[in-house]
Design a protein around this ligand. Structure first.
Ligand SMILES: [Mg+2]
Length: 102
């Protein structure tokens, strides 16, 4: 396979906007998760005083809404629920290992 291949951006306006919103909202979620790691979930933004846990809840809701909109516009292949279940099982198993290591 060549190193350079042709690719063209999504040209459907609605799909592009859905993907733009998902990008924006996931970026905002990443930002607040980073702040929670750096300052603590139970602390607040020093500039605005907004509790980090409220900002986290807001951004999770925003990402959830963006995914819901994506589901209305783009038909994804089946299997999401099974993947979520597998991931969650893995996270819980990892948590047990962490608990046992403490
Ligand atoms: Mg947001």
């Amino acid at each position: 396979m060549p190193d350079i291949t042709l690719w063209l951006p999504e040209n459907d306006l609605i799909r592009r906007q859905v993907l733009n919103k998902l990008t924006e909202e996931t970026g905002e979620l990443l930002q607040i998760v980073g702040r929670c790691l750096a300052q603590g979930v139970d602390k607040a933004d020093p500039r605005t005083g907004k509790p980090n846990i409220e900002a986290l809840a807001d951004e999770i809701a925003d990402v959830t809404a963006a995914v819901a909109w994506l589901d209305e516009v783009i038909t994804l292949p089946p299997g999401r629920d099974a993947r979520i279940a597998r991931k969650l099982d893995g996270f819980r198993e990892w948590q047990q290992l962490l608990d046992a290591a403490e």
